[in-house]
Write a new protein. Structure first.
Length: 558
């Protein structure tokens, strides 16, 4: 009887605790609200520049920004990519006194208080005279679209110029309906692209880009081009910004003939390309391997034949190399050329993505943040019923960052668990421009518990001997530390300047390796027999099968 009473008492205590925790969760969620901050002063004039790639949308918007800056007005240019922000920064410096121009991204800050600033959308100022929003169709992106949406909805600017794909026109007009004057400037491509026969390693023209969708594929294609006597370089996401700029410059000045790249060139990176050749027309998008959407392929194809090249130098084709596994869809390439030239695409943009700001979560404790996010999402769905052009962004990425921070400090997952930090600090960590599976856990631990990260630094003598993989990993760690340092100052005893210096040294090592005539990798060769194989596999089909046959013959090896 005593044991039964004790079991009943424990069950009742657990039920009481569960009710208490549910109450705390409801309280945290109830404080969350969506505040669509209306512009304090509606803009006097808005111009929407709508059209395909290479149609002068961004050029005309920047010309307006420069003209107003020459009159003494302030301005902001907001881009989707740090490389594009850097490119426009250099362009503005060529037209305006350098001391009046600044650059602000998640990785770089140059004269951030300048009158005219080029920046990524997340770093854009919300007030000033002129605002140029580039590639504004990104407002539909599930992860980053909120930055464009908030720019459109809040702040105070007299003049706003927006460059975007035509398909985003309707939602942009709705978002900016309060403007005193709203104009639509429709742009057409300067010169039509030409669909060309398949291009081969030995015959692809100089000033061309070969496009693939993974680092291993890029490095394998780079090796193939060098083996055919071509001068080539590479461009992909894992490269630090300094190394990327070096590779772009090598192509521009004619030091190399071909650049092998991922779709990083598809969003406004301006290269003087005669031709774009697709080695792949499928990509892994983080969840599955899928066929490129037509508008995605058209965005990449549109990098060929940029303004300033001779007529007829915009060639697009499939790439026909000798590496197994590459089989680009020539029909998709042909259709992408038509879309880049102005034909209808499969792109549909009807909603803008919205993500919470800290002020909308009701000041939760660190342990309450997931429940506040859930409450905000419910509130955002209600708000979207009154504003059907808005769509609440998924919160899974934010939750992944919260989980990584929680694990880093060893906090329990309960709603009232103690954390070594406050809610705003944890939120700032969660919204850093770094990946949850990179150096973030160590950064979170350093910020919240003062853990030292000095051991992550490497002397220049060590970095100068690193392999490509090692240099890329070190550059990524230093870049994450540098980004955290811009938000928190010294992190784990490492200053932003030290982290930036480490990244720059690693970047120089990467540039050194990429510039060598020797191929960077054996990614397209079988690890067992050395014969060609698809770069996403370590072994060719024959060697792979032989290994499994051997396992079947000798079960004790398992």
């Amino acid at each position: 009887m005593a044991n039964r009473d004790l079991a009943l008492e424990r069950r009742q205590a657990r039920q009481k605790e569960a009710r208490r925790l549910r109450g705390l969760e409801r309280e945290a969620a109830a404080r969350a609200r969506v505040r669509l901050a209306a512009r304090t002063t509606p803009p006097e004039r808005v111009v929407l520049h709508l059209g395909p790639t290479n149609s002068g949308k961004t050029h005309d918007a920047i010309e307006f920004l420069v003209a107003q800056a020459e009159r003494g007005l302030s301005g902001t240019y907001a881009a989707p990519l740090r490389m594009l922000a850097r490119e426009v920064y250099e362009r503005l410096c060529a037209r305006l006194p350098r001391e009046r121009v600044g650059l602000v991204t998640g990785e770089e800050r140059i004269n951030p208080q300048a009158d005219v600033v080029s920046c990524t959308a997340e770093s854009a100022r919300t007030c000033g005279d002129v605002l140029v929003i580039d590639e504004a169709h990104w407002l539909a992106d599930r992860d980053r679209g909120h930055a464009w949406t908030r720019l459109l909805l809040s702040g105070s600017h007299r003049y706003i110029h927006v460059a975007a794909a035509s398909e985003a026109g309707a939602v942009l007009r709705t978002a900016l309906a309060s403007a005193g004057c709203l104009e639509i400037a429709k742009h057409s491509r300067y010169a039509e692209l030409t669909h060309a026969p398949a291009m081969r390693p030995g015959t692809i023209p100089a000033r061309s880009a070969v496009v693939a969708f993974s680092r291993r594929a890029v490095l394998a294609l780079h090796r193939e081009l060098i083996d055919h006597g071509r001068s080539a370089t590479v461009l992909y996401g894992a490269m630090p910004p300094g190394a990327r700029r070096e590779q772009i410059q090598r192509l521009i000045i004619g030091e190399v003939e071909v650049i092998v790249t991922t779709d990083v060139i598809g969003h406004g990176i301006n290269l003087p390309l005669r031709a774009v050749a697709f080695a792949e027309t499928g990509k892994f998008d983080g969840k599955e391997r899928r066929r490129l959407r037509l508008w995605e392929a058209a965005q990449i194809a549109g990098r060929a034949g940029r303004r300033g090249l001779a007529a007829g130098e915009g060639l697009v084709a499939a790439y026909a190399g000798g590496i197994p596994g590459f089989s680009p869809d020539a029909g998709l390439v042909r259709a992408a050329v038509a879309v880049a030239n102005g034909a209808p695409s499969d792109l549909s943009i009807t909603k803008a993505s919205l993500r919470p700001d800290w002020c909308e979560l009701g000041d939760p404790t660190p342990a309450e943040i997931p429940h506040a996010l859930s409450g905000w999402r419910k509130a955002a769905r209600r708000e979207a019923s009154d504003h059907p052009w808005l769509r609440p962004a998924p919160i899974d990425t934010l939750l992944a960052m919260w989980q990584a921070a929680r694990a880093a400090v060893g906090a329990r997952a309960t709603v009232d668990a103690p954390w070594p930090g406050d809610g705003p600090t944890v939120w700032r960590l969660m919204t850093l421009p770094v990946d949850a599976d990179g150096a973030f856990p160590e950064i979170a631990s350093a910020v919240l518990t003062d853990r030292s990260l000095r051991r992550l630094l490497r002397p220049d003598s060590v970095i100068s001997r690193m392999s490509l993989d090692e240099a890329e990993r070190h550059a990524a760690i230093m870049r994450d530390l540098s980004s955290a340092g811009r938000s928190f100052g010294v992190v784990g005893g490492v200053s932003p300047e030290e982290a930036s210096a480490g990244e720059e040294t690693a970047s120089r090592r990467i540039v050194e390796l990429v510039a060598r005539r020797k191929p960077l990798t054996n990614a397209s060769l079988c690890a067992s027999c050395g014969r060609p194989c698809a770069p996403w596999f370590q072994r060719c089909d024959d060697c792979h099968q032989a290994r499994f046959d051997w396992y079947d013959d000798d079960p004790f090896t398992w």
